[in-house]
Design a protein around this ligand. Structure first.
Ligand SMILES: Cc1cc2nc3c(=O)[nH]c(=O)nc-3n(C[C@H](O)[C@H](O)[C@H](O)COP(=O)(O)O)c2cc1C
Length: 211
């Protein structure tokens, strides 16, 4: 793969996968990409669950419009927002920054107050919506990282979020599933989408130069 641009052209959201296992080192690097993704305030208000149990994947598939890639993939990633997003999370973040950078937490009080002030302006529902936007930055970073690893990554919003939360016990962990990613390898024999031209709007519709 010669460039990031080539990787983006190579990737597509595979609908059928061949069941081959993605090597652990590749999975680890793809997950590192989620871990390193930027987020507003650096709060990273989401968790990525990694499912590689075939029985559990089969149960999730039932809640995900019977999409084959859920069971044909090697690893199923579940991006789940923190729900609720609480001010205690901000305190934890400030402690973490202070420890990692060896600074007095008191020096970060302005930053702490600024983040809390922003959260206070939002309803609990808006906080979770905001957290989902952060999770989607992780999603995009993972899709790109997977492409660079020559691993197919199929994003999916087509699932029943309440049912998924129940299957994985997410509510008990203070989490709420927002988007899935199937990691694996495309099955070029069975995937009707394999080999079809990538379709995007004309570039000038997406990228507008204002001068
Ligand atoms: C957030 C998100 C959710 C998606 N959900 C689904 C889905 O549930 N099922 C599916 O087959 N494709 C899903 N897709 C794939 C898109 O249809 C696909 O990315 C889009 O058509 C662009 O094509 P490409 O990614 O293959 O280049 C989703 C994509 C994104 C980014």
């Amino acid at each position: 793969m010669s460039s990031f641009y080539d990787a983006l052209n190579w990737r597509y959201a595979a609908k059928r996968m061949n069941g081959h296992t993605v090597p652990a080192d590749k999975v680890a690097r793809i997950l590192d990409a989620a871990h390193l993704a930027p987020s507003s305030f650096g709060l990273q208000p989401y968790t990525v669950l990694v499912v590689d149990d075939p029985a559990l994947q089969a149960t999730i598939r039932e809640k995900a419009a019977d999409q084959p890639q859920v069971t044909e993939c090697s690893h199923l990633l579940v991006f789940a927002t923190w729900d609720p997003v609480e001010e205690a999370h901000v305190d934890e973040l400030i402690e973490r920054i202070a420890t990692e950078r060896d600074v007095d937490p008191a020096e970060l009080s302005g930053y702490r107050d600024m983040i809390k002030g922003t959260l206070q302006q939002r309803t609990p529902e808006q906080r979770v919506e905001w957290a989902a936007r952060q999770a989607y930055i992780g999603l995009g970073t993972v899709l790109s990282a997977a492409a660079l690893e020559q691993v197919d990554a199929s994003p999916m919003e087509g699932f029943d979020p309440v049912a998924l939360d129940a299957v994985l016990g997410l509510r008990d962990r203070g989490l709420h599933g927002v988007v899935l990613v199937a990691l694996g390898y495309r099955d070029t024999e069975t995937d009707w989408l394999a080999g079809l031209k990538k379709v995007r709007w004309p570039r000038e519709r997406t990228i507008l130069s204002i001068s």
